[in-house]
Design a protein around this ligand. Sequence first.
Ligand code: XMP
Length: 430
Amino acid sequence: MKQDMIVILDLGSTENAALARAVRKLGVYSEVHPHDISAEELEKLPNVKGVILNGGENRVVDGVPVEISPKLYECGFPMMAVDHPTARCEKRLEAMPDQAALQEFVFEACRAQANWNMKNFIADQVEQIRAQVGDKKVLLALSGGVDSSVVAAMLIKAIGGQLTCVHVNHGLMRKNESESVVEVFQNQLHANLVYVDATERFLGKLAGVPDPEQKRKIIGGEFIRVFEEEARKLKGIEFLGQGTIYPDIIESGTKTAKMVKSHHNVGGLPEDLQFELVEPLKQLFKDEVRACGLELGLPASMVYRQPFPGPGLGVRCLGAITRDRLEAVRESDAILREEFARAGLDKKVWQYFTVVPDFKSVGVKNNARCFEYMVIVRAINTVDAMTASIEKVDWDVLERVTQRILAEVGNVNRVCYDMSPKPPATIEFE
Ligand code: XMP
């Protein structure tokens, strides 16, 4: 690690992530560690220049008052204590040390250098990955989402041909999504890519299943099985790449080491498939992951892709999935994305998609009665996906979307706009 580091010790603050981000904004790398870190552990961390004790109101972690080991004071690092008042959401900034105090501590007391940037980060990670992996092989489940794509690009840069990516197309991907994974990773970045078209297998298992939770379980379970089958075909793999990012590790609030470890499981893989994990993004916040992806040469469309649920279009083709309605979801989603991009809304709106319910309504086409499906358009904004408000989309844009869906998507005679905030509605319908 070449970058200087400021260590934040979590003494029960809800503002650890915000403080780490504030230090990184100054161009200095920062990590959050649990309050019970030992002096030996602290001294082993690379390039530590100073320590911030980040306390809550009463310095409480999981209901128990905490203090750090007195030995930490003997390590000789400059220290600063921040004891926030209990932070209310809207007062976040007031609960942070002021910018001038932070700057003075980081640059004057600690003499840290502002050398945290993506180029240095990537160079560091490439070195660390090579040291960890040696000449062994790494497997990566490449969904095409932001995190797995950036991990793939990083691993290709570090170890090239020692990486095998497996992309499982469950038949519930958006239009052209699997194709773009193949184009970018196989054709442009020359990765070893195993592309598995498991569409028939997934749709077969899902046929006639209307219950949302059961659908999710089938998709998640089948995904693990397909990935496992591919993993068993490959010989000599010892490592598994994972797109774990920093918020997965610290979340907000008072996570102790115990919680940190629970994130390090290989979710769902059978016990006899044991891999060591390679997690090169585990220190990055989401916006840093995107910057890293761009620096590694991934296309902006991949790096700024909106969130897409693991079960894919399966939870947007409501009730028991049928091929005609799945096609209607995929085609209408593609039209919505095109029109939002044309109107500049793709950079403004957090998430937008279409849904097709499993009932029909009466309409009239070519002077004759028709009985066809409807498409529901949803566009929302949110900070953390826990609550959401609708985007007040311009009528002209909605009309253009509607006209195109009615003209271009088969078996559809009606388009509706979902006006519901979360809560009480969730963002997805299932
Ligand atoms: P809800 O519907 O719970 O969705 O309001 C909140 C956010 O999470 C996304 N979502 C998922 N993401 N796997 C994911 O990776 C999933 O199974 C999943 N289900 C929902 C959803 O798209 C929204 O952004």
